[in-house]
Design a protein around this ligand. Sequence first.
Ligand SMILES: O=C(O)[C@@H](CO)OP(=O)(O)O
Length: 248
Amino acid sequence: MTSTLILLRHGNSDWNQKNLFTGWVDVRLSEQGIAEAKRAGELLAESGLKPQVLYTSLLTRAIQTANLALEVADRLWIPVKRDWRLNERHYGALQGLDKAETLEKYGPEQFQIWRRSFDTPPPALADDAEWSQVGDERYADLADSELPRTESLKLVIDRLLPYWESDITKDLGEGKTVLVTAHGNSLRALVKHLDGVSDAEIAELNIPTGIPLVYELDDDFRPTGPGRYLDPEAAAAGAAAVANQGKK
Ligand SMILES: O=C(O)[C@@H](CO)OP(=O)(O)O
C-alpha cells in the first residue's frame, strides 16, 4: 500500500527573526511565521492533499504552525500525536546566542561544524543555564539520561528513527496521509533517512520554513520518487536564506 507523507517545518519564529540559535528553547512564531503557516494551509488545500493524522514536536512553534495550516485547510479536527523525539536538535551551549556574533567570534569553519557537521555536537548546556530544559514539565516522562544537553544531527537521528519506525510508519502502513510538523534539523534527519543522503552531503541540505514537502512512500516506507515542495520557487529561496544565516 502506498502512502503520503507531508513534512512541514514551522514558520519563521521570533528567534529565527532575531538570528539566535534556538534548539529546544520554546519560542513562538513571528508575524512572518504566522503568515507562512497560513500559506502552508493554502498550499495543502490547493494541492488536494488531505492529512489524516498530525504528528508534532512538543515545541510551541511547531504546534502553532500545524494548527494554523490545518485551520486554513479545514482539517483542524484530525487526530494529533506529539512527541519530544520530533523536537529540534538541542543546540547545547549555543542556545540563545546570536548567530552573527558566534560566526564572528569563532570563524566560519567552527560555525559550520556546529551548525551542519553530522556528528560533532556543540558544547553541552549547563543544567542551571538560562536556556536549559532541565526541570521543564513537558519532559517529565524522560529519564534524566534521555534529556539532551546538546545534540549532533547523528544524535537526533538516533532518537528520532525509533519513533518513525514505531509510530509514524504505523499510520503510513494503514495508507494514511500523515502530516509531520517539526523543525529544520529534525526534518533534515528524516529527509537524510528517506533520501539516503550521505553523512557528508547532508551538510548542504537546508529546509525552508513553512513550505510543505511531500513524499509518496512504498510498502517499505521508501520514497517512490523525490520529495516535492508544494511551492518549489519559495522553497529554493527559503533554503538559501537558511544556509546564509549568520552572515549579516
Ligand atoms: O537555531 C536553530 O535551532 C536552528 C533552526 O532554526 O538553526 P540552524 O538552521 O542554524 O541549525
